[in-house]
Ligand binder design. Sequence first.
Ligand SMILES: CC(C)(COP(=O)(O)OP(=O)(O)OC[C@H]1O[C@@H](n2cnc3c(N)ncnc32)[C@H](O)[C@@H]1OP(=O)(O)O)[C@@H](O)C(=O)NCCC(=O)NCCS
Length: 306
Amino acid sequence: MIAGRLITAQRARFAAVDPALPAPPGPPEGELLTAATADGEQVAAALQTKSHPPGALDLLWSAQRVWQLFPYPGETGGEGVDVLLRAWRHRMDAESPGPDSACAVTWPSRDAPAISAFLRHGMVPASVLAIRTRPPEPAPVPDEVTVRLAGPEDFEEVLDLTTVTFDYTALVTARSRPEAGELMTPQLRRNLAAGAPVWLAEVAGIATAVADCGWIDSAPGTWAAELLPHGRWGYVNNVATRPDARGHGIGRALMSVVHREFARRGAVGTYLYYNPTNPLSSVFWPQQGYRPLWTFWEVQPASALR
Ligand SMILES: CC(C)(COP(=O)(O)OP(=O)(O)OC[C@H]1O[C@@H](n2cnc3c(N)ncnc32)[C@H](O)[C@@H]1OP(=O)(O)O)[C@@H](O)C(=O)NCCC(=O)NCCS
């Protein structure tokens, strides 16, 4: 069991580092790891493991086998994180992770003292969850661009465009999923049939960019409430512009419609994930008013944890 004093300290630490973070829930299930700082202060973490079966949608952004650590470093700043990661390294000696595996930690993006600890143990900021809560600003859509909701009849074009994102992220991240289209197909078909908020930007009648979005309810007790402040959020799942049409304002025009529509339908804000190593999205999203809330630290394969 994680000690009550560590849970109290975690709540205080997260609240101090970023007021937009939801209060951390009670300690997660998992194997208990303990460690002590040079001054003898005891810290602890919970370790969970999971495996995704073939065909699981999670494989789009996750390794097949994941060891996830939930550190509780108390009031020890970066040192407590460091000693817990060291204990984790020793614990991983008992495992034989295959190539499609990762060690992962989700941590508040603004907790600067923890960052060097993650880096020293070989972890990289693989992805961030970023939020946007400001009201939509008026941004005219250029005359030649039409933005409209997609329907089931647009399945092929939407799939083609959403696959464009994975063609690009395969270049700028350590994960490549050539089967991304097959993994996305069942959910995309269901979403389009259900009238999900998926928008297409067309130029001269040709589908040129997509914003595949959805609704996420962050209600007390849900997984979403562990990541997002309470309320109904617009989730911006996948946005892509065809390579030859990038840099002409189509993405900006598309997102101006997305932000306006989500605000009109009562969203408290919108959120998304992007890879800090993606040179296009890491610039585009902050310019669109998004700022990191959580960073997903990862090392793959899991045996590469230092
Ligand atoms: C992120 C993305 C959707 C933006 O779409 P877009 O239609 O290029 O967006 P815009 O043209 O409105 O804005 C792109 C920005 O990059 C700049 N840019 C300039 N030349 C560019 C080029 N050759 N290619 C891309 N962007 C360029 C634009 O000027 C603009 O900056 P600004 O707002 O300061 O003017 C697009 O780059 C893309 O499809 N990337 C690959 C897939 C991806 O990474 N998706 C996001 C996953 S989280």
